[in-house]
Design a binder for this molecule. Sequence first.
Ligand code: GLN
Length: 487
Amino acid sequence: MSKPANEWTALTLTQACAAIHKGEFSPLEFTHACLERIETLEPRLNAFLHIAGEAALAQAAKTDPASPLPLPIAVKDVLTVENMPCTCGSKILEGFVPPYTATAVKRLQEAGAIVIGKTNTDEFAMGSSTENSAYRVTHNPWDLSRVPGGSSGGSAAAVAARLVPAALGTDTGGSIRQPASFCGLTGLKPTYGRVPRYGLVAYGSSLDCAGVLAQSAEDAALVFSLMAGHDPLDATSADVPLPALTLKVEGSLPLRGLRIGVPQEYFISGIQPGVERTVKNAIEQLSHLGAEVQQVSLPHTEYALPVYYIIAPAEASANLARFDGIRYGPREQAESLWEVYIRTRGRRFGAEVERRIMLGTYALSAGYYDAFYGQAQKARTLIRRDFEQVFEQVDLIAAPVAPTTAFPIGAHGDDPLAMYLEDIFTLPANLAGVPGLAFPVGFDENGLPVGLQLMGPHFREDLLLQVAHAYQQTTDWHLKRPPIDNK
Ligand code: GLN
C-alpha cells in the first residue's frame, strides 16, 4: 500500500482506478475509506438522502478489481437503483423503493461501480440551489453558508468534498453544469439522447439528460463512455457511435486549428465581475494553447429563459400527473378517490413543484396552447438554429456557466425569478439538445470556484472533453480542494 487510507479519497477517479488495477488497495478498502469520510463530513454537508453503507460494502467485496470502474459512486436521487429508496427529493415519493435500476447506473454497475448512496436534489430536479429538496439543505464544501448549486447539488457537494470520486447527476436546464461550477468540478451534460433516460424520473422529457460530476475531464470521460449508447428501453435514445475517448495532449499548442466562438450575448450586464474576469482569462488560456478565438452571435439567446420556463413546466405538469397516491409512494387516506388524489398531491408536493404544475397546466390549456406552448416551440427551433449556424463557423462555444458563483443559502428564498435567472447561460444547450461541459477555471473575489462552459455540436462530447483535458494538463484549478478538512 503506497498511501494511508485517508489519502486514497484525495485521488482522482482515474488515479484510484489505476491504483486498484495495480493492487495498491482493493475496491473494499477504498469503499471503507469513502464511508469513513462520509461519516466525518456528511453531518456538515447533507449531500445524501440515503447512504447504502452495508450494501456498498457487500457489493465492494464481490467487485472484480480488474473491472473498468471498481469504485464507489453516488447517484442523484432522481435515477432509480433497485432496492434503494428513490424520493426525487419529494415527500410524494417518501419511502418509495423502485423495482429496477436506471440503464445509466446499471451500465456503470456492470463496469464494477458500487452505488454508495443517493444524493440530495431539488424536488423533482426543479431548482438551482438544492434548497427545494423536501428533506434537507445541502451545503457547499467551499463555504458551508452557501448553496452547492442545483439541482444536482448533493452529487456536487459529495464529489467536491471527496466523499466519492464521481457522482451521477441530471441536467434539464443546467443542473449538472451549474453545481459543477459552484463546487469547482468538471460536469458533463451529454447530447440529448446520448445517455439513456430509462430509470430517470422524468421532469422535462424533451430536455432531461443524465450525466456525470467528477474532478477532471479525464474522470468524466471514463464514466460517460461507460454509460453512453443506445438503449432499446428508451425510445429517444440515440444510436450514434461514440468516438474514441482517449484524451491526449500533444505538443505545446495542443489546440492548434481549433476554432472557439465566444457568444456576445453571454456577457451581459449583471454578470458578477469576478465571473466575467475569470472566464475571459480562461478563454485567453485556450488561445495560448493554440485555439483561434472569435466572437460569435446566438441572437435568440434572450428567449431561452421564457421558452424554457414554458416548455419545462408544461412537460413537468404532464409527467407529474402520475404521482397520484395510488401508483407510487405514500397515500393520504380519504373517503373518496378524488379526495385521495387531492390530499396526496396537495400535502406532498412542495411549493416550487406546485408552481411548475400550475404554470405548465396553464400553458397547455385549451385556448392558451398556441399562445404559450406553440410559440415556445417555435422559438426553441430558432435557438437550435442559432447553434447550427454558429457551428458552421466554429468548432465549439466557450461561455460562462452561470452569472454568479455560489450564493448564500436563503438568498433567493422568496424570489423564484431571481433563481430562474441563474440558469440563463445553461438553458440554451438543453433547448438545442447540444452537449455542455463545465470545468473550474479559477476563483472569484470571495475565493469561490468559477466554471467555464464549453458547448459543442450534437454528439461531440469528445471535443469538449479533449479541450478541457488540454486545459487541465496546463493548469491545476481542477485539483484545488475545498477547505472542509481544516474546519
Ligand atoms: N434550474 C432549472 C429548473 O429549475 C434547471 C433544473 C435542472 O436542470 N434539472 O428547471
